[in-house]
Design a protein around this ligand. Structure first.
Ligand code: NI
Length: 182
């Protein structure tokens, strides 16, 4: 099943998502989230973006990498994740979000992180990620905390996207995937 993607301005994107009861079967939902993400050509999708306020996201960082990159991407679901630590050099990268079409902005984040999470079979994992994979994890994890990448923009940069954000929240945007407006 392909879900519509919640647009900027919807309350679910501002709320802290709730933990999933350990052992609950979310395999169907995870599969739907991968399908929804793929249909929209996204590299990551968090459950609040399909109007479910639960702590789950999926990502496929392979889509951001090519053969020339040293880094290997991952295609994974993260259930009840906790970022334990972020470290390494901070760097700036242009981010976008399926909930905020046509807006992109340079965001600075640490290069590496350690994260604890359950995989889709409810095995508890603790892993380190870096590069593009870490970047997508940080962005998706923020969605579970009710934080959007545009929330990091201040002053002039914020004012420059303000009009576009208002348009998106009113449905005045065109996408090739279905959206759910506030
Ligand atoms: Ni996003």
């Amino acid at each position: 099943m392909i879900y519509p993607i919640v647009a900027y301005g919807h309350q679910v994107l501002k709320k802290e998502a709730e933990e999933i009861h350990e052992g609950d079967d979310v395999s169907g939902l995870i599969s739907d989230m991968f399908d929804t993400m793929g249909k929209a050509n996204g590299v990551g999708l968090a459950a609040p973006q399909i109007n479910k306020g639960i702590r789950l996201f999926v990502l496929d960082s392979n889509l951001m990498l090519d053969e020339e990159d040293d880094e290997k991407g991952i295609r994974k679901a993260f259930i009840n994740p906790i970022i334990l630590d972020e470290y390494g050099d901070k760097y700036t990268f242009e981010e976008g979000c399926l909930s905020i079409p046509e807006v992109r902005a340079e965001i600075t984040r640490p290069e590496k992180l350690t994260i604890e999470y359950f995989d889709e079979n409810w095995n508890l994992k603790e892993e380190e990620f870096s590069g593009m994979t870490a970047r997508v994890i940080q962005h998706e994890y923020d969605h579970l905390e009710g934080i959007l990448f545009v929330d990091y923009l201040k002053g002039l940069k914020r004012r420059m996207v303000k009009g576009k954000l208002v348009d998106i929240s009113k449905g005045k945007v065109s996408t090739d995937y279905r959206m759910l407006y506030p």
